[in-house]
Design a protein around this ligand. Structure first.
Ligand code: DGI
Ligand code: FE
Ligand code: FE
Ligand code: FE
Length: 186
């Protein structure tokens, strides 16, 4: 299999230097959350260093994956912000040989969350949101929540992100709304 160092070397060729620094901060945060909540630290590390691997994949490449039946066609209507999670999960399996379903679904769900999420998926979702480089208004509250109550942190990210998207008047991916509905009643 691939070592952490070999994965990082390959990831570095596909993403910008700023994003590379981001994935390392997500990894640190995910490991801290794994210690707090008793998750598998190695799995958190792998999911974190691969989560944005497909961030800069172009639309033609995504179209080919859709044509091959590896990704849903609906993703094409929403741009890389939405497809890089599912595409990242695809490459985690195909390129890096990861078969752990929890790691693959955590990568796939990291942008919009999921109606059902494993502990690993919640940790990656929140580590991506509160890593030390994030500076948006409300990040301090999100960081505190992350280490107090992981489920409340998930609800906080889902609601704040949706508010932010509506304020920017961007299209909401339908699954984003299903995820919101599932969590708001939990
Ligand atoms: O990849 P990162 O920048 O580290 O973080 P991310 O994968 O969480 O963020 C990707 C962006 O996707 C974020 O700015 C919010 C945006 N996003 C989340 N849900 C939706 C969305 N964008 C649209 N258009 N629709 C959504 O439903
Ligand atoms: Fe991302
Ligand atoms: Fe990220
Ligand atoms: Fe801080």
């Amino acid at each position: 299999g691939w070592s952490r160092e070999a994965i990082l070397k390959e990831v570095q060729t596909k993403i910008t230097p700023a994003r590379y620094e981001h994935i390392l901060r997500v990894e640190s945060c995910a490991i801290a959350l794994a210690e707090k909540y008793g998750a598998d630290k190695e799995a958190c590390s792998l999911a974190a260093i691969l989560h944005d691997y497909a961030k800069d994949v172009d639309k033609d490449t995504i179209k080919r994956l859709v044509d091959n039946g590896d990704l849903q066609a609906e993703l094409l209507e929403y741009g890389s912000q939405i497809w890089h999670g599912p595409a990242g999960s695809y490459y985690a399996e195909k390129t890096f040989g990861i078969v752990d379903a929890a790691i693959l679904s955590a990568i796939s769900q990291h942008t919009i969350g999921g109606r059902e999420m494993t502990l690993l998926s919640k940790i990656l979702f929140i580590a991506d949101y509160v890593e030390e480089g994030r500076t948006f208004p409300g990040v301090e509250e999100a960081r505190e929540l992350a280490f107090e109550d992981l489920n409340q942190a998930v609800i906080y990210k889902i609601t704040q992100t949706l508010i932010h998207l509506v304020q920017k008047r961007v299209k909401i991916y339908p699954e984003t709304l299903f995820v919101y509905n599932a969590w708001i009643n939990k």
